[in-house]
Design a protein around this ligand. Structure first.
Ligand code: ADP
Ligand code: MG
Length: 699
């Protein structure tokens, strides 16, 4: 079934329509009529003959026509029976407004299950239950009790919170913002966010998709769809509530550092989704994407009638990492020909406090032609002579004449600029209430352009020994062991092309000294026990041992102290390991999110990872560019590149390590979390070493 029937049905039945003004059953009917819906409306209510002049039917069957859309408002326990009727008469689009389903407990859950079953068998698509309804302004359809229908526009909105949608509608109507469709998804019993981003993605009336989500039903499908759609249309989402991944007890560093928001951050980044932290932000962005062309680059020109706001905008441009257009000589001399001598002809272009509409018009016109300008921001403060409305008209006029570059307006003030703002909004000029937010919006647009033009994702596959890893994992699963110890973790890593330090286990101090002798000094001693996850914490790591005697002493000390600290630990001996003499310590890790799969982590390594928390995450599988971006997104990156005369390390080699790890965890979904810490990296051309590793697998 196409979703067309939800937005542009030829006829609508309202089951549970009411004569009583305070009831939702009345509100919806009234909204439908007030919006000027052109099709046939059939109120269904066995206790009424007519409502608001419309003939009323006792049930759906009595209508004798097939309403293309049915809206259900009757109490939850009656809904399954109404669904049966829909199935019988052949309606394929149903909106269930009624609450009292999954959200109230087992009984409601059972009712919702019945609905899903009937819908599935009959091929009916259901929006809701427990939702506010659907609005399609272009078709005068207000099948909701959310408020007055807004004007038609380019924003398609979906919301998991009905109440929020009501607020958005009110704000939109006050600010004259238009929508293509608004959909309240409620409990998502059938139609969910995935369906709707697809529908809005293909909808020619929708230029930008915006929404509020609390949960995402099918993580992987959502990511791939959103990524596909983002190439054509921006998706702006507010998201609340994290996933469970961060909440569960983690045994790896990566697991403990992955917060509840990490997965969504990764998903949004990967899919090009623009995250909005407030309704205001979302409106700012939606207006911009919905009404203006995309900027070709990051260069902004500011035209203002006041110095202060111009400087505020300039500061924001700097902070956001955008650039300030350097106007060409031609532009400057053109401006000079007509602007007063006191005007500032350089960016921010100050056309002075007495600027009337015509001066704005002239300046915008000239600056738009400058090849060094990608976006124009027009600032206005209402001074004694300022023509707020006239200026608004001028801005609209020029943007129509020269529509290739985005123009933003920021009229500062309140009452005096109100009418001007209205004109701007009607003329499709995004109006943003302060210079900082305006610049932030320009930045978001620029980032989106960059995301869209990023190279096609190619994930490199390395030749590896999968067999070997399969064997180790199967053996652990058979024995019901979740934690894979250091040796076997390292065998797994070696099978995927990692290099680990040489070493063996010693049971006595004599043995330890012998192994050290063979490895060559200096060596490292590490306590060897399946029960000790973080060896340093119990004094179980001793580095830089330079002689047999030092090794023996260290061995004895560990064997004396650690059993006292951790009497229950089963200590199998001590690992004598060759020592990496130089290099920087980083951490490579993975934590598997139950909805979105493996999240890769990179950061500053060593025993301080949890303290410094200088880490970045990204969704696997990683491309070479993404792996490198993970590095760049940390502060550690500056240090790795080499600061103050220090030699840098092999960045590409670290990125390759991340890609190899990403391949491992993608090919083995049994691996739940893991980290390599430290991964010791040296200068360009040297091979990094996986010094310590741990992983846990599902039972
Ligand atoms: P754990 O993380 O369980 O405490 P590690 O094996 O990671 O134990 O060792 C702790 C720290 O000791 C490392 O972060 C590193 O600084 C140092 N270290 C351990 N093994 C070596 C080694 N072979 N070469 C150099 N430094 C090492
Ligand atoms: Mg470690």
């Amino acid at each position: 079934m196409s979703f067309e029937k939800f937005f542009n049905p030829e006829s609508v039945a309202i089951v549970g329509a009411s004569r009583q003004k305070s009831k939702v059953g009345y509100e919806i009917l009234a909204s439908m009529m007030e919006a000027g819906y052109k099709g046939q409306i059939y109120p269904v209510n066995p206790k009424a003959d007519n409502i608001e002049g419309l003939k009323c039917y006792p049930d759906l069957v009595s209508i004798k026509q097939v309403p293309e859309l049915v809206i259900i408002i009757v109490p939850a326990k009656f809904v399954p029976a109404i669904m049966q009727q829909c199935a019988k008469i052949g309606t394929r689009a149903v909106i269930i407004i009624t609450a009292g389903f999954k959200e109230v407990g087992d009984e409601g859950r059972e009712l919702e299950q019945q609905i899903i079953q009937i819908a599935g068998q009959a091929g009916i698509r259901v929006i809701g239950p427990n939702c506010l309804g659907v609005i399609a302004p272009a078709y005068n359809l207000n099948a909701s009790f959310g408020g007055t229908i807004p004007r038609p526009g380019a924003i398609g909105y979906l919301s998991q919170s009905g109440a929020l949608l009501a607020a958005i509608l009110d704000m939109a109507n006050t600010n004259n913002i238009g929508f293509s469709k608004l959909i309240s998804i409620g409990n998502k019993a059938d139609v969910d966010e995935l369906d709707l981003i697809k529908v809005l993605g293909e909808d020619p009336e929708t230029k930008v998709i915006a929404g509020y989500l609390e949960s995402i039903t099918d993580g992987n499908a959502f990511v791939s769809q959103a990524e596909r759609i983002s190439h054509n249309k921006p998706i702006l989402l507010m998201k609340s509530g994290g996933t469970a991944a961060g909440a569960k007890a983690a045994s790896s560093h990566t697991g403990s550092l992955a917060g509840s928001e990490t997965a969504y951050g990764c998903v949004f980044e990967r899919a090009g989704i623009i995250r909005c932290n407030s309704i205001k932000e979302q409106f700012d962005y939606a207006q911009a994407f919905g009404n203006q062309p995309l900027p070709a680059g990051p260069r902004v020109a500011v035209i203002t009638n006041a110095g202060g706001p111009g400087i505020m905008a300039a500061d924001a441009v700097e902070r956001e990492g955008l650039s300030f257009s350097k106007l060409t000589d031609e532009t400057v001399s053109k401006l000079a020909s007509k602007l007063p001598v006191a005007a500032n002809l350089y960016n921010p272009i100050d056309i002075l406090g007495d600027a009337l509409a015509d001066r704005y018009e002239f300046a915008i016109d000239v600056v738009l032609d400058d090849p060094n300008v990608d976006t124009i921001l027009v600032l206005l403060t209402p001074q004694a002579m300022t023509e707020s409305e006239g200026t608004a008209e001028a801005v609209v006029k020029i943007s129509r004449k020269k529509p290739a570059k985005p123009i933003f307006a920021c009229f500062l003030g309140a009452g005096k600029i109100e009418d001007g703002v209205k004109i701007l909004r009607e003329g499709k000029i995004p109006v943003i209430d302060c210079p900082e937010s305006a610049v932030a919006t320009i930045k978001v647009m620029t980032d989106y352009v960059r995301w869209r033009s990023r190279p096609k994702r190619v994930v490199k596959l390395f030749p590896v020994n999968r067999r070997k890893v399969e064997g180790i994992i199967e053996r652990h699963q058979r024995q019901g062991i979740r934690e894979v110890g250091e040796t076997e973790s390292k065998e797994i890593l070696e099978a995927y092309g990692f290099v680990t330090p040489k070493g063996s286990i010693a049971a006595t101090s004599e043995q330890a000294a012998n192994i050290a002798q063979q490895l060559g000094f200096p060596v490292v001693l590490k306590i060897w026990s399946p029960d000790i996850l973080h060896k340093s914490d119990v004094g179980g790591v001793k580095v830089g041992l330079n002689s047999e005697q030092e090794v023996k002493d260290a061995f004895d000390l560990m064997m004396y102290r650690i059993p006292k600290k951790q009497p229950e630990a089963n200590i199998l001996g001590v690992l004598v390991q060759e020592m990496c003499k130089s290099g920087k310590e980083v951490i490579l890790g993975m934590n598997r999110d139950p909805h979105f799969g493996p999240l890769m982590m990179f950061g500053m390594g060593g025993i301080m990872v949890e303290v410094l928390k200088d880490v970045s995450f990204y969704l696997a599988p990683l491309t070479a560019e993404e792996a490198e971006r993970m590095l760049i997104n940390t502060k550690t990156y500056q240090m790795l590149k080499g600061v103050r005369g220090q030699e840098g390390v092999d960045i590409k080699a670290i990125a390759e390590g991340l890609q190899r790890l990403s391949q491992l965890v993608t090919e083995f979904p049994q691996i739940q979390e893991m980290d390599i810490n430290p991964y010791v990296v040296g200068p360009e051309g040297t091979t990094p070493i996986a010094v310590d590793a741990r992983m846990s697998i599902e039972k």
